[in-house]
Write a protein that binds this ligand. Structure first.
Ligand code: FPP
Length: 259
């Protein structure tokens, strides 16, 4: 088992970690919804004297593998932070590339996603996406909308504060028009106005590359989520890393504020 994982395309050194057996892991609870902040593409490229976009391209390949694995493990939803509302501040060449990636990913892997019964969703302000990105995304959403396997939810031009403010504005409109009573507003109603709507809150959040912050990601939805941080850079993230994260999750005591 150990050798198999060590051989896996230059996987990170896990010698200090326990190697997790997938069969054993499947005997425990698999998180219903996993959210991932995929970080470290730039540093991965820099270490190899490559342009930053090479790191993003490698990161895209990892998205494919993690999607397959999550689906096989029986995870119901996987939300991936692919582009934040703040990422527009990056150099134009990088932004342009990041906007091409969903298109490349979906064009290349849509048949595979359909074959594997994956349902593609996108949360974020889609109106600001370039037309080629929007077309690819809408096509994938349309062609997978009846699939009932893993929900692969890309956060694209997503920012949690913007999402919350938009929800507040929508709620105010509903109250002003008399369609909603102020007294009716509770956590459940509020959640319905967020971009995650029908998705349950994530059970497990993973952030790669050693950064320990949320970066404006799902601030409301992560209230009771278990966090797992790793120094592994996203392009180096592999099947064993996901198993490690889920293994840790299975050994946490979730109390949701109770005892
Ligand atoms: C953060 O790393 C990563 C991003 C802003 C982009 C994440 C995108 C992908 C992994 C590919 C997405 C694929 C699809 C299919 C949409 P960083 O660039 O900030 O890394 P650094 O902190 O090392 O510079």
């Amino acid at each position: 088992m150990l050798n198999i994982f060590k051989k896996w395309r230059g996987s990170p050194d896990l010698s200090n970690e326990q190697i997790i057996n997938q069969e054993e892991l499947l005997k425990g609870e698999i998180p219903n919804h996993i959210a991932i902040i995929m970080d470290g593409n730039g540093r991965w490229a820099k270490k190899r004297a490559l342009p930053r976009i090479a790191g993003h391209h490698e990161g895209m390949k990892v998205v494919r593998r993690v999607t397959k694995q999550a689906n096989a493990l029986g995870v119901n939803a996987l939300t991936l932070y692919a582009f934040s509302t703040e990422n527009w501040k990056r150099p134009k060449v990088e932004v342009d590339y990041l906007m091409k990636l969903p298109e490349e990913f979906l064009t290349t892997f849509l048949p595979e996603l359909i074959e594997e019964n994956v349902q593609v969703r996108v949360m974020g302000d889609k109106n600001k996406l370039p037309i080629h990105t929007l077309k690819a995304v809408n096509k994938a959403i349309e062609e997978t909308k009846d699939n009932d396997g893993l929900i692969l939810n890309f956060a694209l031009n997503y920012g949690s504060r913007t999402e919350i403010i938009a929800a507040v504005k929508d709620i105010v409109k509903q109250v002003e028009s008399g369609k909603l009573k102020k007294e009716e507003i509770d956590e459940g109603i509020f959640s319905n106005y967020l971009m995650t709507q029908t998705l349950p809150d994530p059970d497990l959040l993973i952030r790669t590359s050693g950064e320990i912050r949320l970066s404006n990601f799902m601030l409301w939805q992560l209230a009771y989520t278990e966090f797992w941080f790793t120094d592994v850079l996203w392009p180096d993230f592999n099947e064993q890393c996901l198993l490690q994260a889920i293994h840790t999750y299975q050994h946490r005591g979730r109390r949701f504020g109770g005892v």
